[in-house]
Design a binder for this molecule. Structure first.
Ligand SMILES: [Zn+2]
Length: 307
């Protein structure tokens, strides 16, 4: 991409920042220090999802008290999209890149958030993906279908890549998700030459360990970021919301592709993080996504940072 085009994009996004300011209050949503790492969550905006996308497979009588406690229900859900940025003085690493232009009007705002944080797209050294859904992967291309982060090394779990790269996936995935499969493949082809793969348990970069958190997608990955004795877990969509995922984690969610596996993953993560008092960042959790897990009866609740 030429710098002229990039300049144009910058101005275009600056203009939208001004006109859209009322609707979007914060860009660098949350910030923390983990040992020598600076961790920031950047807002890509939010999604508009029909409530059924999550709740359809769930027993409605169990949902009623959760709906009233969290003020959710039949109306559209508007979850935040929180991209984790890790800066350690040598590297600037993004975990996912948002939805980019053309998915939903309320998302695709990462470039504005980076701008506000004083980070240029050329500064990004690594992009690490949790999974290939549109709101996590599609932002890898800009308005001109060119790679948004020209200097970045891209990294993805091998199982996740293999699933979406497989030409049969577009036919075997449930019909409502065909667009996701076609769109994922197109983005993957654009970064094919600069991607490296990793597996469960690998330290993929200094202080960044991959953890298999399968179920939401077949190869979904979480990441433990550790420096000295401090750590934070980037859980992506393995814990997909702050209401039913915590209050009734055994209920199978419509947002997960392999619902049984996703529930096992979710329950295991919640139990471990509540026991270890682990700080976590959830891509769709509120208030910038950072917080921790507390036990509540035989389930859990999300406690946002600073709450
Ligand atoms: Zn998502």
């Amino acid at each position: 991409m030429t710098s002229t085009r990039r300049q144009f994009l910058k101005h275009a996004s600056a203009a939208s920042l001004i006109t859209g300011l009322g609707a979007r209050a914060s860009w660098a949503s949350d910030m923390a220090t983990v040992g020598k790492m600076k961790i920031t969550t950047l807002s890509d905006g939010h999604l508009n999802l029909p409530a059924d996308f999550i709740f359809a497979p769930m027993p409605q009588d169990q949902l009623a008290p959760i709906f009233s406690e969290f003020n959710v229900g039949s109306g559209p859900l508007t979850p935040e999209c929180n991209i984790t940025m890790l800066q350690d003085g040598e590297r600037t690493i993004l975990f996912d890149v948002g939805s980019g232009p053309g998915w939903q009007d309320s998302s695709g705002l990462l470039v504005d958030a980076l701008d506000t944080a004083g980070v240029a797209v050329d500064d990004v050294t690594h992009v690490v993906f949790t999974h290939c859904h549109p709101d996590h992967l599609w932002g890898v291309l800009d308005d001109f279908d060119e790679a948004l982060f020209p200097e970045a090394q891209y990294m993805m779990g091998r199982a996740e890549w293999d699933y979406w790269w497989n030409p049969e996936t577009v036919d075997t995935i449930e019909a409502a998700r065909t667009t996701m499969a076609v769109g994922a493949k197109r983005r993957m082809e654009a970064i094919e030459d600069s991607i490296t793969f990793f597996d469960d348990g690998e330290e993929i970069l200094p202080g960044v360990a991959a953890r298999a958190t399968y179920g939401h997608t077949p190869g979904h990955m979480g990441f433990e970021l550790r420096s000295g004795s401090e750590s934070v877990m980037v859980v992506g969509d393995a814990i997909g919301n702050h209401h039913v995922a915590f209050a009734a984690p055994t209920l199978l969610s419509g947002s997960d592709q392999d619902r049984e596996t996703a529930a096992k993953t979710r329950i295991g993560l919640l139990d471990q993080m509540a026991t270890d008092k682990t700080r976590l960042i959830g891509y769709h959790l509120p208030g910038g996504g950072m917080g921790h897990v507390e036990r509540k009866g035989d389930a859990y609740r999300f406690v946002p940072e600073g709450a």
